[in-house]
Every structure is written in C-alpha cells, then in structure tokens.
Design a binder for this molecule. Structure first.
Ligand code: FAD
Length: 371
C-alpha cells in the first residue's frame, strides 16, 4: 500500500459486502477517511443477511481470487481455512461427470479452490479489512442499516451520496459529501438510474442470459464414514440441461446446488427438489442424499445472467466515481468467477492509484479502466 498526502480527500463506498470491503482495502493510505454505507445491519457472528441473497448458494473461490485476496489482505486464505473453508484441489477433490463419463482424477495441486459458505467468507474478509483499516492512516467508519438512495453532484462530477436510515422511523434523507464515491452495491446497483437523475446517460450495457436457475439446500452426512471423500459435480449438457454440485463447506456441512436452464429450473419445494436430483445426468448425487440429513430449506435464485456495464469507456464515468464488483459486471455463476473478479478489480484499483501517485483528477477513470 502506498502512502501519499491525502490532502483531506475522502471516499464513500456504497455497499459493505465483499467488493465494498475490498474497495476499502484498496483505498487505505489514499484518502483521509472512508465511509462505508451498508443497507443491512451485520448479523451477530457469521450469519446470513438479506442484502446478499445469493449467499445461500454454493460459492467457491478460485485460485486467482485467492491470490488477489492475499495481496490485498495477507493471511486471509489461512484465516478462511481456520474458519472451516475446505480446500479442493481440482481435479483431485472434485469428482466430475461429463457426457462422456466420469473424468479421471489425478493429484494436481496448482489450482486450489476454497469452498465455504458466503456468510463466513464475507465475515472473515470484513473482519480483516477493518483490522487493516485500524492499522492504517485512513479512518474508516461503517454506517450500517443505511441505504444510499442517490448521488449528489451534476452530470460531470459526483460529489457524494444521499442516504436514509433503515432503522425504525425512516426520517428524511441526508447528503454525505466525498471526493470519491465507489459503487460496490452488487448486482442490484442503481447507478444507471442515479446517473439519469444527474442528467447523464447510463453506461452501455451488454447481457448474455443463459436462463439458468439455481436451487440450494444444506445437508450433513448422517454418518461421516458414508460421506463422499470429495465434492461431486455433474454439470448440465445439451441432452440433459440439468446439473448438480455437491460440495463440503465448514462445520461438516455440505451444500447441494441443483441447476437448470429454461424449462428445467430446479424446484424449491423440498420433495420436488429431491426428485429433481434424480433427473440430472447421473444418479450418484441423488443416491448420496439417502445418507444425508437436510439442515435448511431449499432456496432458489433466478437472476443469473452475465451483465457488463461499460463504465471504462471514454466519457462513461463522471469525475469522482468508480464501480467495483457485481455493480459493474455479473457472471453466470456456474463458472464461479464473481468473487475473484471483485478481488482482482480491487487489486487493480490499488495498483492504478499507486501508479497515479494517489487520488487525483482522472485517476478514478484510470482505475476503472484497470478494473
Ligand atoms: C447463485 C450465485 C452463485 C454464485 N457463485 C459464485 C461462486 O461460486 N464463486 C464466485 O466467485 N462467485 C459466485 N457468485 C458471484 C458472487 O456472488 C458475486 O460476484 C459477489 O457477491 C460480488 O460481490 P459484491 O460485493 O459486488 O456484491 P454483493 O456481495 O451482492 O454485496 C453488495 C452489498 O451492497 C449492499 N447494498 C446494495 N444496495 C445498497 C444501497 N443502495 N445502499 C447501501 N448498501 C447497499 C448489500 O446489502 C450488500 O452488502 C455467485 C452468484 C450467484 C447469483
């Protein structure tokens, strides 16, 4: 992390999720103070929260994302391991069935993926980001249960955000000024509408929608001796566009995510979910369920399209504004990329600000191009 004269510069990060906390990490030393505005109140412990609904579903962190996370917050991968994250080396630790049969497993240790539930992953990253902040020259404050409802400024420059409390009586909104505003509010980002309110056009948007839906349930093997030694992945293929992934997470639990494209969406009724697991390309996952007890209801998720907003195009961003994580780009989750892209993006922001000698006119646009 580079230390430059902060010159009283401040930042606001919209959203205190994964990208938001990594944005904080990237900005440490570059601004005097950062205010994170998070619409949820963080749960006690490492629990689920409403603001990240996809957190019910299987999430793996790819090796590139782990490397980026380590560069931003050294020691985080080990901390995730201590929190129960399971290391899965591919292809050794993931039994994969393709249309031509089960793939051969071999002991190859280059690509370790981490498998852990999102609430644990987010909480570990948040704890470490806030520890790093406490040790830096930048003051960081998190406003929980507070929602950003718009941007302040004009078509050329963003000067802050408008917020309102979500606790009890909502009351009137208030404005918070900042030199830089980072949108890390995830896939539901309202930046295109907020740009319109400032008199700007929305960035060009591209979508590729495979029509995929997920349904996920948590299980625990009834007898650890009958649990599979490794994760099982049976992706859909053209003749059978229904898939399943059954992977271990922390505390001896396993997540089963069933998926399917339009016409094959997995159901969220418990009995129908189990029945659907028998209709994928191989019966093995369905057979395993007889040896496991469910720990949760079934949760569904439908909004899985790839969507890219071209904020890096010349002139697409007002001065003083930057977009990170799903707010800029979402991916079909079947490839397990989104969290890694958020971490790599935060690393790119830090690199671009270091190269520019700090936060100056034009450096947010350079950082966006680097993202
Ligand atoms: C079903 C599914 C499965 C996935 N599986 C994987 C996987 O295996 N591996 C992988 O790497 N990625 C996966 N992803 C992608 C991953 O979930 C995202 O890439 C990641 O969560 C992006 O982080 P983020 O911080 O940008 O957004 P989020 O994690 O969604 O966080 C956004 C935050 O902003 C807050 N917020 C929103 N609006 C406001 C507002 N107006 N004011 C204040 N706060 C606000 C929210 O409360 C939340 O805390 C999956 C996605 C889905 C949908």
């Amino acid at each position: 992390m580079a230390e430059h004269s902060n010159g009283g510069r401040t930042a606001i990060v919209i959203g205190g999720g994964l990208a938001g906390m990594l944005a904080v990490t990237a900005l440490l030393g570059h601004v005097e103070a950062i205010t994170v505005v998070e619409r949820d109140r963080y749960p006690e412990g490492r629990g689920f929260r409403k603001g990240v609904p996809q957190a019910r579903h299987l999430h793996i962190l790819l090796s590139g994302g782990q490397r980026a996370l380590e560069e931003l917050l050294p020691g985080t991968v080990a901390a995730l391991g201590e929190a129960g994250a399971r290391s899965l080396y591919l292809p050794r630790d993931l039994l994969t069935r393709t249309p031509t049969g089960w793939q051969r497993r071999f002991d190859e240790r280059r690509h370790r993926t981490l498998s852990v539930t999102r609430p644990v992953l987010d909480a570990v990253v948040r704890e470490r980001a806030l520890q790093a902040a406490a040790a830096s020259s930048t003051r960081v404050e998190v406003l929980e249960a507070t929602e950003v409802t718009g941007l302040t400024g004009d078509a050329d420059r963003v000067t802050g955000v408008r917020v309102r409390s979500r606790d009890g009586a909502r009351g009137a909104g208030r404005d918070l000024p900042a030199t830089l505003v980072v949108d890390a509010s995830g896939r539901g980002s309202r930046t295109p509408q907020w740009f319109a309110e400032l008199g700007r056009s929305a960035p060009r948007e591209e979508t590729v929608d495979a029509g995929l839906a997920y349904a996920t349930r948590m299980y625990r093997p009834k007898d650890p001796d009958t649990a599979p030694e490794v994760g099982v992945n049976v992706p859909g293929w053209p003749e059978c566009p229904r898939g399943a992934a059954y992977v271990p997470v922390e505390d001896g639990a396993w997540l089963l995510t069933l998926s399917g494209v339009r016409g094959h969406h997995p159901p969220t009724d418990a009995a129908e979910f189990t029945a659907f697991s028998a209709t994928i390309g191989d019966p093995y996952v369905h057979e395993l369920l007889a040896y496991a007890e469910p720990l949760s209801p079934v949760y569904g998720f439908h909004d899985t399209c790839n969507r890219r907003r071209h904020f890096a195009r010349p002139g697409a961003l007002p001065e003083g504004f930057l977009v990170l994580g799903d707010a800029g780009c979402t991916f079909n989750p079947v490839y397990g990329q989104g969290m890694s892209v958020a971490a790599l993006g935060a690393l790119a922001v830090r690199g671009a600000l270091d190269a520019a000698g700090g936060l100056r006119p034009g450096s947010a646009a350079a950082a966006q191009r680097a993202v």
